[in-house]
Structure formats: structure tokens, C-alpha cells
Design a protein. Structure first.
Ligand SMILES: Cc1cc2nc3c(=O)[nH]c(=O)nc-3n(C[C@H](O)[C@H](O)[C@H](O)COP(=O)(O)OP(=O)(O)OC[C@H]3O[C@@H](n4cnc5c(N)ncnc54)[C@H](O)[C@@H]3O)c2cc1C
Ligand SMILES: *[C@@H]1O[C@H](CO)[C@@H](O)[C@H](O)[C@H]1NC(C)=O
Ligand SMILES: *[C@@H]1O[C@H](CO)[C@@H](O)[C@H](O)[C@H]1NC(C)=O
Ligand SMILES: *[C@@H]1O[C@H](CO)[C@@H](O)[C@H](O)[C@H]1NC(C)=O
Length: 445
């Protein structure tokens, strides 16, 4: 090799090694203005606004792709990671799509009113593509710790494939890990002697597994009710233990409602009414809980499986107000307005005051601290408040009206509520009509 070639190649080699070096070891900068944890619906919405405001940021996502709970995977793909998605085959949303849309990014008019899980996922993909967000996301990056040190956030994460550990520092952190990642699993008397299989609904994927089996469903939240519909004509017997008062529809002939579980025996279950049922499989539809255990105590939050306090406007960590924890769709714009300096938070003392007022009102209504992160009848007022404070778009009152209507109607007509279509007419009014959906998902991506 002549010197000429060598001299010519050297910069190429250095350049290529440089690329290699930056892509493998240090493709990550060490320092960002903002770190977002989670690339589900909430993280993606946040990323869009951060980009729009020109804020320097990165998104750390544990899975190898975005979409959060809406990216259904078969269980064998999970690869040792927590499943992170409770979505199952043929799941349709239980809320009409206008209430789930990103601002200024409507579904095509032709989309079903209650889209299937894959349709919603395609919607998230289209959004991510439209705003070119994927390049800001670091995949396979499981956050293991968030600490406050030297006036900055230090975030440790682990690459889920190579197991290598990294850290970044950020001025702001937005926690968008969702509230439906960690199953809530009660323990029942005698369950250790039960010989059938007990799973949480987060692991349920496909009704076929239960064909001609005797199945017990425990719980009648959204998942319990939905599985009753999915399983009634598949199982040989479907026992549904719950204490919800609602207009129970005519499920199949094999469906039987039971009160709460008293105890498990070898081949079945005794209920509080003293009756016994033999069952093969049990699916716990017992809900989800928080797991914010990666927040170090230097974050100065009290985070349990049921609540995270004290927070201002249901999201800002009062003692460390450069941390936001997203709970609902529609909070992202507020969080980013704060980061971008579009408005100032009240003083710590005033935020604490407003927090105490919230908690006092809660107790006055006979509620407990575990209800502190929930919005009851005041959702629309909440949207009005955050819009006013941050100077952001106000979530139209009609969306809360639709959401409330749907939530009540669902319990009146469980089998058919998804056969209604909704169209928003203006800030306060909507149109609703019967249209059994044979629409297909029209999102091309
Ligand atoms: C079965 C089911 C059905 C639902 N149906 C509806 C519905 O019909 N309508 C509705 O409005 N809502 C529904 N929800 C609520 C749903 O959670 C929201 O619609 C929405 O997906 C929440 O988005 P998110 O971004 O907050 O959370 P997620 O979608 O859960 O996304 C969180 C992301 O954070 C990542 N993550 C978690 N921990 C870490 C970590 N330590 N490090 C890095 N990344 C992490 C996860 O991998 C995930 O990608 C449903 C929930 C479930 C479980
Ligand atoms: C179960 O099957 C019957 C008979 O085919 C049908 O009428 C009913 O709607 C089905 N129930 C559900 C919940 O799918
Ligand atoms: C919460 O998640 C961590 C991993 O981040 C896990 O080690 C821990 O067991 C979980 N907590 C509970 C209560 O399951
Ligand atoms: C958490 O709650 C406990 C008991 O309610 C209280 O003593 C403690 O000070 C709280 N810690 C923080 C950081 O708020």
C-alpha cells in the first residue's frame, strides 16, 4: 500500500471508526434539556410539543418500538421483559375515538368509532411519522433509576439487549410510563392448592386458549366486562365473580354471575354465597397499580402502588417542579409549555397550599389519599384550569361530555355500545347515531 493510498484512507478510516464509535458506545449524548421516559401515547404527545418548541430532548423507551400498551405482541415475543401491554386480540377501545385523538391530528372520518387495538396503534404510528419523532427515541432503554443530584436529574438506564448501563442528565424529566403496566394481583385464600392456572388479564392474549374450558373471571372493570363478551361463546362455562351493579346483558347460556371469591379448593372455587364451582382456569381482571419504584428518594415524592403525592395540577412534582408525571391524555402540552418557559409555576408554598386544598376537599368528600391522583366530576374544570394557567389549548368541553356519556351508557348496553358513532359538532355539542360498525381501519401507513 503506497503512502498516497494510506493518506487517502486514513481520514476515511478515522471517519468510519468515528461513526462506528458513536453508533455503538456513545450514540447517546450525556446531557439533555429534557428526558421523557416512555414512548406510549403520552410520551409521543410530549415529544411532538418538545420538538415544536425547539427543546433539546430524548425519549427513553424500554421496548424495541413505540406505542406503549397499544402495541400488541404475542407473549413469546416478550423476551424476558415485563409485558408492558395489556392489549389482547380483538380488543376495541372502550372510549369513542374523538376522546382519544391527539390535538389537531384527527383520525380519518371513516375510522370506526371504537377502533381495534391495531387501528389505534397505526394511528400512533402515523402520528410518529408525521412529526418525525422516531429519531428522538432511544429504544430498548429501560430506566432503572431517576435521581436528583447537583441540581439536575440523573437518569440511569439499561439496554435490554446488551444489558449495558448508561446514564444521562437532564434539566427536566417527564415520566410517561403509563398507569396500566403493573398488574394488581390479589391473593386469595387457598389459591396455593388450586390445580388450575391463574393469570392476570395482562397476560391474556387470545380466547382460543379457553375454548371448551371452564373459566372463572374475577372483576368487572373494563377488562373483566370485555373478556366476558370475548369468552362467553368460547368457553364451556364462564363464571364471573364481581360486585358491580349494572345492566347485565344476555351473555351466552354458559354464563353465570357469582359474588366475590371466598376461597380456592383443589379443582374450583367457593364464593361468598357458599356455592362451589369447578373451574379449569382463572383470569384476574383486578386492575393495575402504579410502580414508580425507580424514582429515588431524592425525587422527594411519596409514591406508592396507589398514589403519587404531592403533585401540582395532577402532574408537577411540587418539591422538584422540573419533574412531571403524566396521567391523562392531554397533559403533554402543559408539561412542555412549562419546560419551554411559556409560563411560571406558582411558588412552592402556593403549590403546596393548592395541594392541601385538594386533599382537604378529598377528605371532606369521604375519600382517601389513594384517590388523590384521580379526577372525578371535575375533569372539564381541570382542563379549563391548566389551559388558563399555561396558555395552552383548552380541551373542548364536548370531549368530557362524550366521555361521561359513553362511560354511563356502556354499563347500560354493554354488548352494543360500540355500535354508535360520535361526531363532534362544536365546543359543546356532538352528534351520535347508531351504526353497527362494518367500517375498516382506513389509516394507511
Ligand atoms: C387493556 C387496556 C385497554 C385500554 N383501553 C383504553 C381505551 O379504550 N381508551 C382510553 O382512553 N384508554 C385506554 N386504556 C388506557 C391507556 O393506558 C391509555 O389509552 C394510553 O395508552 C396511555 O398512554 P401512556 O403513554 O400513558 O402509557 P403506555 O401506553 O402504557 O406507554 C408507556 C410506555 O412507557 C414505557 N415504559 C414503562 N416503564 C419504563 C421504564 N422504566 N423505562 C423506559 N420505558 C418504560 C413502556 O414500555 C411504554 O411504551 C387502556 C389500557 C389498557 C391496559
Ligand atoms: C353468543 O352466541 C349467540 C348465538 O350465536 C349470539 O346470539 C350472541 O350474541 C353471542 N354473544 C356474544 C356476547 O357474542
Ligand atoms: C416495580 O418495578 C421494579 C423494576 O423497576 C421491580 O423490581 C419491582 O418488583 C416492582 N414493584 C412491585 C411492587 O412489583
Ligand atoms: C411520605 O409519607 C409519610 C407518611 O405519610 C411521611 O411521613 C413522609 O414525610 C412523606 N414523605 C414525603 C417525601 O412526602
Amino acid at each position: 500500500m503506497s503512502y498516497v493510498t494510506f493518506n487517502f484512507l486514513l481520514p476515511v478510516i478515522i471517519f468510519c471508526c468515528g461513526i462506528w464509535y458513536f453508533q455503538t458506545k456513545d450514540d447517546i449524548k450525556q446531557q439533555y434539556r429534557t428526558c421523557v421516559i416512555g414512548a406510549g401515547y403520552g410520551g409521543l404527545a410530549t415529544a411532538r410539543y418538545l420538538k415544536q418548541h425547539g427543546v433539546d430532548f430524548t425519549v427513553l423507551e424500554a421496548q424495541r418500538t413505540f406505542g406503549g400498551i397499544w402495541r400488541y405482541r404475542s407473549a413469546d415475543e416478550e423476551n424476558g421483559l415485563p409485558p408492558f401491554t395489556g392489549v389482547y386480540k380483538n380488543l376495541r377501545t372502550n372510549t369513542p375515538r374523538p376522546t382519544m385523538e391527539f390535538a389537531d391530528f384527527p383520525f380519518p372520518d371513516t375510522t370506526p368509532s371504537y377502533p381495534h387495538e391495531y387501528c389505534f396503534y397505526k394511528y400512533l404510528r402515523k402520528f410518529t411519522k408525521e412529526f418525525d419523532l422516531e429519531k428522538y427515541i432511544q429504544f430498548k432503554s429501560l430506566v432503572t433509576s431517576v435521581k436528583w443530584a447537583f441540581n439536575q436529574w440523573k437518569i440511569d438506564y439499561k439496554k435490554t439487549d446488551t444489558k449495558e448501563r448508561y446514564s444521562v442528565t437532564c434539566d427536566f424529566v417527564v415520566v410517561a410510563i403509563g398507569h396500566y403496566n403493573q398488574p394488581k394481583i390479589p391473593i386469595f385464600k387457598g389459591q396455593e392448592i388450586f390445580e388450575g392456572q391463574i393469570i392476570h388479564v395482562q397476560k391474556y392474549k387470545d380466547p382460543e386458549k379457553y375454548r371448551n374450558r371452564r373459566v372463572l373471571l374475577i372483576g368487572a372493570g373494563p377488562s373483566g366486562l370485555d373478556l366476558a363478551i370475548h369468552l362467553t361463546n368460547v368457553t364451556s362455562r364462564l363464571v364471573h365473580s364481581h360486585h358491580l351493579h349494572y345492566r347485565q346483558p344476555k351473555f351466552g347460556l354458559n354464563y353465570v354471575k357469582k359474588p366475590d371469591v371466598e376461597m380456592f379448593l383443589k379443582n374450583g372455587v367457593v364464593f361468598k354465597d357458599g356455592c362451589y364451582e369447578e373451574v379449569d382456569d382463572v383470569i384476574l381482571c383486578t386492575g393495575y397499580e402504579f410502580n414508580l419504584s425507580f424514582l429515588d428518594k431524592s425525587c422527594e415524592l411519596n409514591a406508592t402502588t396507589r398514589h403519587v403525592v404531592p403533585v401540582y395540577q395532577h402532574m408537577v412534582n411540587i418539591r422538584k417542579p422540573s419533574m412531571m408525571i403524566l396521567g391523562w391524555l392531554h397533559q403533554a402540552e402543559y408539561a412542555v409549555a412549562l419546560i419551554a418557559g411559556k409560563f411560571q409555576l406558582p411558588s412552592l408554598a402556593d403549590m403546596m397550599q393548592s395541594w392541601l386544598k385538594h386533599v382537604t376537599a378529598l377528605y371532606a368528600e369521604g375519600r382517601k389519599i389513594d384517590d388523590a391522583n384521580l379526577l372525578f366530576d371535575d375533569m372539564d374544570q381541570y382542563f379549563a384550569n391548566i389551559a388558563k394557567e399555561a396558555g395552552i389549548t383548552r380541551v373542548a368541553p364536548v370531549l368530557t361530555i362524550i366521555r361521561d356519556y359513553d362511560a354511563n351508557y356502556r354499563l347500560e348496553d354493554l354488548l352494543n355500545y360500540r355500535d354508535f358513532n360520535y361526531e363532534v359538532l362544536d365546543q359543546y355539542n356532538y352528534k351520535r347515531w347508531y351504526e353497527p360498525s362494518n367500517r375498516s381501519c382506513d389509516i394507511n401507513i
